[in-house]
Design a protein around this ligand. Structure first.
Ligand code: GDP
Ligand code: MG
Length: 317
């Protein structure tokens, strides 16, 4: 792992000839819980499964989705200081050098509920870094019944922070999402794409399975497990099924560094491993809209994190 490489070096996949200069950049979606960040992310990415890339675990950002549209590639990331739900131990470990401000992204989408601004929103707002353009996304516009009150509220918001744009919208309205994407495109640097346009969907479910298991692994082992532990998806196969409209068989190995870590993952009488498996499977079934069979193993592979070649083969760069 190269701790200074973030984002990954351009693989230089280019948009089709004749189109505008390619643009590509990192976008962070931030905001207090329940303002609609996940809804917005899923709508922006435009597919049900938003975690996509094998390069997701970089040192500072966790990529949560990529959208390629026309000449623009939007890479959405979770940002240190804003992880609210998943992979906290892992993210803490990966991000321990970062101060907690939104840095190193090209654009921030600061999401609030239209017409509202609470102390919690204000706290998130203080984390925005000067110099990085931020767009105020005033979400849930459909719930604002007195539109006339919105103008003074927007003016008030503009006083609180020097937003590059103020965009009232509903994350659930496809037209609004297209409009927001078009606005965001202007903030992406002109540079080659990092991912092929088709690289994303092909790998996404397999990749997502690994991410989901990883998330459960770290959540259920707390801070005890070193972040060098990883998950390798050995098998990801879709099978025909007379009973289910989709059926997916997944086999994955949790690779740890020491016997002690293995015991920690397995837990008393296998309880913890079982729980990791059950929780991951349940969520994957919802995500994939499929029946999922998940087999998990735990293996000890001492020192793998120091072995460049092996690290690469596990999907890190
Ligand atoms: P997060 O915690 O910021 O990720 O918020 P979620 O995306 O989980 O959304 C929280 C709730 O707000 C969910 O019940 C969403 O369905 C709802 N929501 C999100 N966007 C909109 C919107 O534009 N309009 C309305 N009415 N509800 C929304
Ligand atoms: Mg969310």
């Amino acid at each position: 792992m190269n701790p200074t490489t973030d984002p990954p070096a351009p693989a230089a996949p280019l948009p089709p000839a004749g189109e505008a200069t390619p643009r590509c950049g990192l976008i962070a979606i931030v905001g207090k819980p329940n303002v609609g960040k996940s809804t917005l992310l899923n709508a922006l990415v435009g597919q049900k499964i938003s975690i996509t890339s094998r390069k997701a675990q970089t040192t500072r950002h966790r990529i949560t989705g990529v959208r390629t549209e026309g000449a623009a590639q939007y890479v959405f990331v979770d940002t240190p200081g804003f992880q609210t739900r998943h992979g906290t131990a892992l993210n803490r470990a990966l991000n321990k050098t970062v101060t907690g401000a939104v840095g190193d992204v090209d654009l921030v989408l600061f999401v609030v509920e239209a017409g509202r601004f609470t102390l919690e929103d204000a706290k998130v707002l203080t984390l925005l870094k000067p110099g990085i353009p931020a767009i105020l996304v005033a979400n849930k516009l459909d719930q604002v019944h007195r539109r006339g009150e919105l103008a003074p509220w927007l003016r008030d918001m503009q006083q609180r922070h020097d937003f590059a744009e103020l965009v009232p919208l509903s994350a659930k309205a496809p037209k609004d999402i297209e409009r927001l994407l078009a606005i965001c495109a202007g903030y992406l640097p002109e540079q080659p794409w990092w991912y092929g346009a088709d690289e994303l969907t092909d790998r996404s479910e397999r990749f997502m399975a690994g991410e989901m298991i990883r998330e459960k692994l770290f959540r259920l082992t707390g801070d005890e497990l070193p972040y060098t532990s990883t998950v390798v998806v050995e098998k990801f196969e879709e099978e025909p099924s007379p009973k289910h409209k989709r059926m997916v068989r997944i086999a994955a190995t949790i690779v740890v560094e020491r016997d002690g870590h293995k015991a920690m993952v397995i837990g008393e009488g296998g309880e913890r491993l079982k729980r990791i498996g059950t929780e991951a499977r349940t969520e994957l079934e919802k995500l994939f809209d499929a029946k999922v069979f998940l087999q998990l193993w735990v293996k000890v592979r001492a020192g793998w994190a120091d072995d460049e070649a092996r690290v690469r083969s596990f999907g890190y760069e």
